[in-house]
Design a protein. Structure first.
Lengths: 136, 754
């Protein structure tokens, strides 16, 4: 049984491992930080948020300052999908952002049917639109 | 307060005498921590218990709830239509109803959640201190005013009218109306002074007091308030508007009680709160047990650039949820970007109801079962003496911060209550203004563009452009014509989406729009802007989506655009910020870019100030973006070709926008291989990359690798504090620092000459 954790991560409850949802690669134990199973790259933010103003004329150009802000890109080591990005000051320790109680997760999913594709949440009603039925 | 030394237990009678003496002789009824630190609903009163034990007809409860909702909505519309404050016109207001213990039960469906979520603090203060005070008292026909966020509130621009509702002699409930009024007599016009270095620079600070008796405003007190602000007309007009909206609301609630009885109304309000709390616990229990975390890095105190970390660990265990903000930046002694914890919690409630579970009823009971932990004297739990006029900075973060960790907890659920969404742009990107209008009136306020923030991308579609403010999902962005009638601000460019400023992803964030403004027909006018995110991106992406870029303030000074246009009506080809700044079409202009935090500055006629609203965060890997969506962004002129190629790796014909699917797939596959080649295994990367402390050159506030050790730079020196003994950081005057820097340059140049 797999539990979908993010767009790109799932936990295989039988093997207790994190796996890539795109290529199935077994990444690391679900009791570890999933980032340990990924590749990391320190990206200069100016490569993504490119200067939009003439850098010869201006110091501030819509790019984050690379002395203040770096982008850590996390890739699946097998398929190269970018599973997560983290914006941090240079040298800041990466965050252990998902730490689940695997034993509790197993109990919780004991009677739940497996979810293969995540549901999309309901779209809120808008003025001027009639909504028939409800996705709940 | 410290405990007195050698405290000895007194005999019971003497202790009672002492307690009574102290209670009767309080020197100052300041903000009460017992009120301000408790965000949970009060225990049932004996009356409520009696009513609920008798049992309520759920159909009748539903019916009464609908009637109350309609009444709240009507009162909201009244304020919206009649309010004089710019904020009122665009929906920065709310009307609310509270139990007789002061718990917020319901708000107007379109209203600003946080305003109402703050009002129960002053109401609880009134109940605790004024009801039994023989010099004040609370009776039918009374109305109370309040604006100081230290007694509850988002910030001191917001003024509330709170009224007790007595029915057949019994206090049944409280009613309120709140507007973002703006001007409040602070050291800068408009009510949000980033220049405030102490709470005494913040303008008028109203603790809750009675300003209405027998349903009439007390003219002596109104005059005092008018005398304390730059816009006395606004002060009077909106006090009247709020009073009459609350009185209409009162009429409606009285009519409901005439029909169904007061027990039905009291029972409905209480059961509404209790039901919401039960539903919250049920939803929390559905989540997996565990902890998810997020850091946010704010990059400005609005006077200087500095990194302030907000650290959040969100833990679920059974039906308990704990938001732990320990490790966040310490408070500033002399900067306005602190907030008290009560305001912060109100913003958290807003975030929950706007971005996480928007289908829940808008009541403070949503936060009731959640435990919130913070370091005392941190930037989000600041002492009362700290300035907090620009508390919006941490508060806007609170509106979005738990979007990311909540999505990481609830993605797995078989059932979903709302969209999986990246962070909305969270900066107050609008012009705050002040001065003399073309009609000769003194004014100070802010523009409605604050309500145009881009929403985050979702798991199934792009984010919505300039959809709403981060704090009010239904607020409008107003008509510029109305603003131009009232103020000398002229819009040269507006509502043009800020091209290329995108939170990229499989789905991109909704984009923000540009605001290009100048002034005409005033002898004295100025602008300020109060945003962070010029060094460090603010709105975060989700699951591999990028954040928004950084944003700048651009100026063209030393020109008069109206003279230029008279000389050559075609001098400006396109009113967009990038072309104006890169092409510099107006000769002789002084073109410059700055951080988006600008304290009040005078603008001469025809000088140009430009900012834009930002993009929400992106969702998912950019390489998974459907090439057709990339082409759509090009077609809509939201993006340049180099970004389509470099970021999204799409191969296509620039003229026809026909995608070469095969070549795109091949390019993307090759790029994935590049990623694998350049990425390093996590442990190896951390060994090389992680530093033991923040870079020496970076003014850094908050924890680094240990949540109990807090870094700060105070009076120019880096220090490290234990998180349970935080002191405020004292910031040097940026002008003094600049003078010292220039003096050093002069000395170096003089030495070189010799």
């Amino acid at each position: 049984m797999n539990v979908l954790i993010t767009e790109y991560l799932r936990i295989n409850l039988d093997t207790e491992n994190y796996e890539c949802r795109r290529c199935g690669k077994v990444l690391v134990s679900a009791r570890e930080n999933y980032k340990k199973g990924l590749l990391v790259y320190d990206r200069d933010p100016r490569e993504i948020h490119k200067p939009l103003l003439d850098t010869s004329k201006y110091e501030r150009t819509y790019s984050p300052n690379p002395q203040w802000c770096r982008i850590l890109e996390y890739y699946c080591p097998q398929c190269g999908t970018m599973m997560e990005v983290e914006y941090v000051p240079p040298g800041h320790p990466p965050l252990h952002d998902i730490e689940l109680d695997i034993d509790a997760l197993k109990v919780q999913w004991k009677d739940r049917p497996e979810v293969k594709e995540v549901p999309i949440g309901p779209v809120p009603p808008r003025r001027g639109h009639h909504h028939h039925g409800h996705s709940h | 307060m410290n405990e007195p030394l050698n405290k000895k237990a007194l005999p019971k009678e003497e202790q009672a005498l002492l307690d009574s003496f102290l209670a009767d002789n309080r020197l100052f009824l300041g903000p009460d921590p017992e009120v301000m630190r408790n965000h949970s609903i009060a225990p049932r009163t004996a009356r409520e218990d009696e009513i609920l034990k008798k049992g309520l007809d759920v159909h009748q409860v539903h019916h009464i709830r609908g009637l109350i909702n309609a009444a709240l909505s009507e009162a909201f519309q009244m304020v919206n239509q009649m309010g004089a404050a710019p904020g009122a016109k665009w929906g920065d207001l709310v009307t609310g109803i509270f139990t007789n213990s002061g718990d917020l039960a319901m708000i107007a469906p379109h209203g600003i959640i946080a305003f109402a979520a703050c009002c129960f603090y002053p109401i609880k203060f009134i109940i605790k201190y004024w009801v039994d005070d023989p010099t004040v008292g609370v009776k039918d026909g009374d109305g109370f005013i309040h604006n100081d966020a230290r007694y509850g509130g988002v910030h001191n621009t917001d003024q509330s009218m709170m009224m007790p509702l007595f029915y057949k002699g019994e206090l049944v409930c409280w009613l309120s109306s709140t507007i973002h009024e703006g001007e409040n007599g602070a050291c800068e016009p408009g009510g949000m002074p980033a220049a405030a270095e102490s709470k005494y620079d913040e303008g008028i600070k109203m603790s809750p007091f009675k300003v209405v008796e027998n349903f009439q405003l007390k003219r002596d007190l109104v005059t005092f308030l008018q005398n304390s602000v730059r816009d006395p007309k606004l002060q009077l007009e909106d006090m009247k508007v709020k009073l009459h909206a609350v009185m209409r609301l009162r009429d409606r609630i009285v009519a409901i009680m005439d029909q169904y009885g007061k027990d039905a109304v009291m029972g409905t309000l209480r059961s509404h709160l209790e039901d919401v709390e039960v539903e919250m616990r049920r939803r929390i229990k559905e989540l997996p047990d565990g902890t998810t975390r997020v850091n946010a890095f704010m990059d400005s105190s609005l006077r200087e650039n500095c990194i302030q970390k907000i650290s959040l660990a969100l833990t679920v265990k059974g039906d308990r949820m704990i938001l732990d903000f320990r490790g966040s930046a310490p408070q500033f002694l002399n900067r306005a970007v602190n907030t008290n914890i009560a305001s912060f919690k109100a913003a958290l409630a807003t975030g929950l109801l706007q971005n996480i579970w928007p289908d829940l009823p808008h009541t403070m009971a949503v936060l009731s079962p959640i435990e919130i932990v913070s370091d005392r004297n941190s930037i989000l739990d600041a002492e009362g003496e700290m300035p907090q006029a620009m508390s919006l900075m941490p508060l806007f973060k609170a509106c979005v911060i738990w979007t990311i960790p909540m999505n990481k907890l609830n993605y797995s659920l078989p059932h979903r209550y709302s969209a999986v969404i990246a962070q909305q742009y969270d900066q107050a990107a609008t012009f705050i203004y002040g001065g003399l209008t073309q009609h000769g009136d003194v004014t100070g306020n802010f523009c409605s563009d604050i309500n145009g923030m881009g929403q985050g991308a979702r798991s199934d579609c792009d984010g919505e452009h300039s959809i709403s403010p981060v704090f009010g999902f239904m607020a409008d962005s107003g008509e510029h014509e109305i603003n131009e009638e009232d103020t000398p601000i002229i819009r040269l460019g507006a509502q043009r989406l800020a091209k290329d400023r995108i939170g990229f992803g499989k789905y991109r964030g909704g984009m923000g729009y540009e605001q290009i403004a100048t002034m005409r027909n005033s002898n004295l006018w100025g602008f300020m802007t109060g945003c962070e995110g010029s060094m460090f991106s603010s709105a975060q992406g989700l699951f591999g989506g990028y954040s928004c870029p950084s944003y700048q303030l651009c100026k063209i000074k030393g020109i008069n655009i109206f003279d230029e246009l008279k000389k050559d009506p075609k001098i400006i080809d396109k009113w967009d910020m990038l072309s104006l700044m890169n092409e510099q079409p107006i000769a002789g202009g002084k073109y410059s870019t700055h951080d988006m935090g600008m304290t009040f500055e005078l603008c001469q006629e025809g000088e140009i100030y430009m900012i834009c609203q930002g993009s929400g965060g992106g969702y998912g890997d950019v390489l998974e973006r459907d090439p057709q969506l990339v082409m759509k962004d090009l077609e809509e002129d939201l993006m340049s070709h180099d970004l389509a190629r470099d970021i999204y790796k799409v191969v296509y014909d620039e003229k026809t926008l026909l995608v070469d699917e095969e070549a795109t797939a091949a390019l993307r596959a090759a790029y994935r291989k590049e990623r694998i080649a350049r990425g390093k295994p996590f442990d190896q990367f951390c060994q090389e990359w992680v530093k033991p402390e923040p870079p020496a050159a970076l003014p850094y506030f908050g924890s680094w690798d240990n949540l109990q050790e807090i870094y700060a730079t105070t009076a120019g020196q880096r220090i490290k504090m234990d998180s349970d003994k935080l002191q405020g950081a004292f910031m040097l005057n940026p002008k003094d620092l600049r003078i010292a820097e220039l003096e050093a340059q002069v000395a170096a140049l003089s030495a070189a000459k010799k």
